[in-house]
Each structure stands twice: as C-alpha cells, then as structure tokens.
Design a protein around this ligand. Structure first.
Ligand SMILES: [Zn+2]
Length: 386
C-alpha cells in the first residue's frame, strides 16, 4: 500500500520505466531462498552503509532497493525525481525466476551436476534428454518456459528437484547471480555513472541490465559499454570481498558450509553462476531484438573481466591466484560441456584464455574506453567520508 511520498515516488518511477508494481520482499522469493534471504540483510546493510558513508562535496545520499513483479529478466538503476540525492535500484521478479529455473535444470542431471559434487550423495536417473526437449528450442534455452516461477519443480514430476543438495545448490547459484546484479547497480551509483550521464546526455534517466538504447549515439553507446564494464568490476570486487575469506567463517559463510567447503568450491561456484547469468542476459537481449543496441560487453568479455579482477584481487589480498585461474577454467569447461550435451549454442568460445581471442581483444577495447572516461567521471564519483 502506498503510504508515503517516497513510496509514491518509487511507484511512479517504476510505472514510468514500465517496470510493473512493487513487490514485497516475501513475494520476491527472498523468504523462499534461504541464501538470498540471508544475503538480503547484506544488501540492506550495504544500502545503509552506502547511505551513511558515501558523500560528494559534503552531501550524503540515500539508496533505495525495490522489487518489481514484472516477469522480465531485468534490473535498473536511476535517480528519484523530486529528491536531490535519492537513488533507486529495482530488481525484477523475472530476474529471479529465469535464474532459478535455469539452475534447477542444470542441477537436475548428473551430466550437468558440476564437479563440486563429483560424488553426489543423491543418485538420480539421468533425465537430461527429456529435460533438454522440454527446455531447449532452436539451440537456445526456451525463455518462455524459464519465465514461469518454479516451472521445473511443479511440472516435472520426478522428485529430483526437491532432493536436498541439488535444490540447495540451485538456490545458492541463483542468490549469487542476483547479488552480483545488485552490486553492479550499486557501482553505477557509487562511481558516479548516473550523475555523469544525467549531466552529459540530454534526457538520460535510467540504466537497465537489459538495455534498450536504440536512440543512443555511437559515442554514447561506446561510453556506456565502458561504464558497464566498470560496474561489472565493482560488482566482482564486492563479491570477492564478501566471500573470499573462508577461514573467517562469519555468519554468511557458515550458512554456505554445506557447499562451500573449500576456496576451490567457492570460486568455482561464483564463476559458474556468473557465466550462466551472462548467457541468460544475452539470450534475453537477442530474444527482445536488442542485440544490435548492446550497451554491455559480450558475455565472454564480461566473464573474462570478472576472472581478471578476481585474479588481481587474490594476488593483492594474499589469496591464491593460481586457484582462481584453475577454477575459472573448470567453470568454463563445465559450461561448454553443458551446452554441448544439451544442444545449446554457447556464448563463449573455448579459446577464451588465449590473448588472441575475440574476448581478450574486446576486453582491451572496453578497458580503453573505461580508462578514458575515468577522468570525466571524477567530479561525479562518491567518496568515503571516513
Ligand atoms: Zn549496468
């Protein structure tokens, strides 16, 4: 129920962005996904933390997080009109459902069940052919099926989806994907992207995960790719900092004890979740005819830059860069094998590791754009008060 001016402003903003209506956090599956439920407190704390410590020229900001009921794989970040420095991040319900159904599907088969469970306790009949027929169409994931909440657990009668560890691991992968997108949007605010675009592009209001910037000029289009790259790097850094220290075993890490028993498992799980997230985003973009107006780097460039930042951070923060490299390779192999078995066209080429690969070349170009923009972004960036 709309009770305050702020709620009204959020509802109007969502209506203007054709983003549907506000969902309660319970309705956004936050209470059904024990991992995300836990992380939600982290997201809230993060929003609060940002609101407390981020400042520009002495002015503080406030960040709001809202969930939308729209059945679309999307999220966006914008600024609330009528307020001087209130930002809004909106996550769509479809974002959750697409990811969750996809991960449920992947976890349902022994062929897909990743290396983390080399000896799964639950032994199920391999049913992948039936599932692939059900979910793959024209060498692509059938997005119309993925958009229906809990379609797999409700429509496929086998009880594999409710068998403890598979179901749980799918929930964990989903929560990591949602968390990554949240931190991606946070970085757009933190690094001043929204204010920079608002001040340099007439009529600019919103950055979407699934962009629709057909009207953008070539230069703007190119610039936004650099900003998207930076948001991915920021999100990867947040994830790295939240998860890296398994030794610490804080409350969050304790919750993941069952699966994240080693740093290897942890790093594999993050890469595996994100490579599929980027695959899905690309599929959704192509499906909606947005491929040519793409303002994000390609899926392989995105996963490669997440890998690179993890590699660098683990080097700088006393981690183990070799382990990061190995688990990245395992996640990519697993992804490619899954695509082959299920008949999906992958968005990543096996030569992603080579410095001559298209992904590496694209990364160099995108990095150039990002570095060129850094100077222009400076006046819009937020800094920490302490
Ligand atoms: Zn973005």
């Amino acid at each position: 129920m709309i009770s305050t001016g702020l709620d009204l402003a959020i509802a109007i903003n969502m209506a203007e962005n054709r983003a549907g209506n506000v969902l309660s956090k319970a309705a956004f599956k936050l209470t059904k996904n024990k991992y995300l439920k836990k992380q939600y407190n982290g997201l809230k704390a993060n929003v609060k933390y940002a609101s407390n410590i981020l400042a520009r020229n002495g002015d503080s900001i406030t960040i709001h997080l809202a969930f939308s009921n729209k059945n679309e794989m999307n999220a966006y970040v914008t600024k609330l009109r009528m307020y001087k420095s209130r930002y809004l991040i909106v996550c769509y319900a479809g974002l959750y459902d697409y990811c969750h159904n996809l991960f449920m599907w992947l976890m349902s088969s022994n062929k897909f069940f990743p290396i983390i469970f080399a000896n799964p306790k639950v032994d199920v009949t391999d049913d992948i052919e039936k599932l692939s027929k059900y979910l793959v169409i024209n060498k692509k994931i059938d997005l119309s099926r993925l958009s229906v909440p809990y379609i797999l657990s409700n429509s496929v009668k086998d009880d594999i989806f409710t068998k403890g560890s598979r179901n749980d691991y799918a929930l964990l992968l989903t929560s990591i994907a949602v968390e990554f997108l949240f931190f991606h949007e946070m970085t757009h605010i933190d690094h001043g992207h929204i204010d920079y675009l608002k001040n340099t592009v007439s009529g600019f209001e919103t950055l979407y995960s699934l962009d629709d910037t057909n009207t953008a000029s070539n230069q703007l289009h190119n610039d936004i790719i650099g900003l998207e790259q930076e948001a991915d790097l920021g999100a990867a850094e947040f994830l790295f900092d939240s998860y890296w220290d398994l030794q610490y075993k804080g409350t969050l890490m304790k919750l993941f004890d069952t699966f994240l028993t080693s740093t290897d498992n942890l790093i594999f799980t993050i890469f595996y979740s994100l490579v599929w997230l980027f695959h899905l985003v690309q599929d959704c973009r192509e499906y909606r005819g947005l491929a040519s107006s793409n303002c994000h780097p390609s899926p392989e460039c995105r996963i490669l830059s997440v890998f690179r930042i993890f590699y660098v951070l683990s080097k700088n923060k006393n981690g183990n860069p070799d382990l990061v490299q190995k688990q990245f390779a395992v996640a990519i192999e697993n992804y490619l094998a899954t695509c082959e078995v299920s008949g999906i066209t992958p968005h990543i080429k096996p030569n992603i590791f080579s410095s001559n690969s298209l992904a590496s070349q694209e990364l160099i170009r995108v990095e150039e754009t990002r570095l060129r923009l850094l100077k222009e972004l400076k006046p819009y960036q937020y800094s920490r008060k302490f």
